[in-house]
Design a protein. Structure first.
Length: 79
């Protein structure tokens, strides 16, 4: 697959604005996206769990996610 020159130019411009750590996160995410056989479960298999989390538990999880936003270890996704 070839890189779109316009996308490549914009991507490099944006990467140059990021810290080394942020650049590594972008690289880790790109590697994850490029995986031929991503690990996971199709969404339709998760439908059986819909509505099984209480409102209170969902609120706690949402608050934890918002508090830790941007701190995900994307490297672990690619292993």
């Amino acid at each position: 697959m070839m890189i779109n020159p316009l996308v490549e130019k914009e991507l490099i411009a944006q990467l140059n604005k990021l810290s080394d750590e942020q650049q590594q996160q972008v690289l880790d995410f790109a590697r994850f996206l490029a995986m031929k056989n991503p690990v996971g479960v199709p969404g339709k298999e998760l439908l059986k769990f819909a509505g099984t989390i209480s409102h209170e538990d969902a609120k706690i999880m949402l608050e934890a996610a918002e508090e830790n936003w941007g701190q995900a270890d994307l490297k672990s996704w690619c292993e």
